[in-house]
Ligand binder design. Sequence first.
Ligand SMILES: CC(C)(COP(=O)(O)OP(=O)(O)OC[C@H]1O[C@@H](n2cnc3c(N)ncnc32)[C@H](O)[C@@H]1OP(=O)(O)O)[C@@H](O)C(=O)NCCC(=O)NCCS
Length: 177
Amino acid sequence: MPEVLCRRGRYCPVVSVTVDTREIGPGDDDLVDQAWDLKERIRAEEGVLKQRRGFFSDAYRRSTVHAIVQTGPGPDADQLAGFAAVRRDGYMLFLAVSPEFRGRGYGEELVARAAEDHGTMTCHARTTNENALRFYEHLGFDVKRRIDNYYEDGGDAYYLQLGDDGGFTKRISEFIR
Ligand SMILES: CC(C)(COP(=O)(O)OP(=O)(O)OC[C@H]1O[C@@H](n2cnc3c(N)ncnc32)[C@H](O)[C@@H]1OP(=O)(O)O)[C@@H](O)C(=O)NCCC(=O)NCCS
């Protein structure tokens, strides 16, 4: 696939689509099947996001979901490029961006949209998920503690919190306007 210089010196595949953001409120399962398929693809390819279907669907329906969706062209219209599922207390249950759409700022935009509604954001990440940890640290999340044996498969987690110095919150309001 051809590549293009997309953000700060990184090369990304050329994907000539436009995207839109969508907010899906608690109790609504719009896009839940596409979100599950994306999560399962990432689990198979990257060994993260291993939660089971029952937990996932339940968490999705209880959350506010911020989604980035392709608007075209043709058959790719309405395809999910990424999503963040966030609980009422600002705890992020899921964050995923489709591999073809990474490095374009969509992950940051999803966190930014979620953070707009919350004074503080928190999440867990596997201690082995270096990509996610670098991403979160880049955004200003701090590791608060390590929890051994946190995941069902025995994996360890870090509990992260978006620093309350206001830096990111201030930056995001500029970012998404
Ligand atoms: C983590 C994830 C959501 C990042 O999404 P993304 O859309 O590629 O991230 P963005 O393009 O918004 O990156 C935002 C910033 O973080 C930085 N960043 C992202 N991934 C990074 C990495 N692996 N290492 C260092 N910095 C990184 C980017 O450089 C960017 O900084 P910039 O604005 O200065 O250029 C994505 O890689 C993903 O879905 N991973 C698999 C699922 C997962 O692990 N989810 C988290 C579970 S806890």
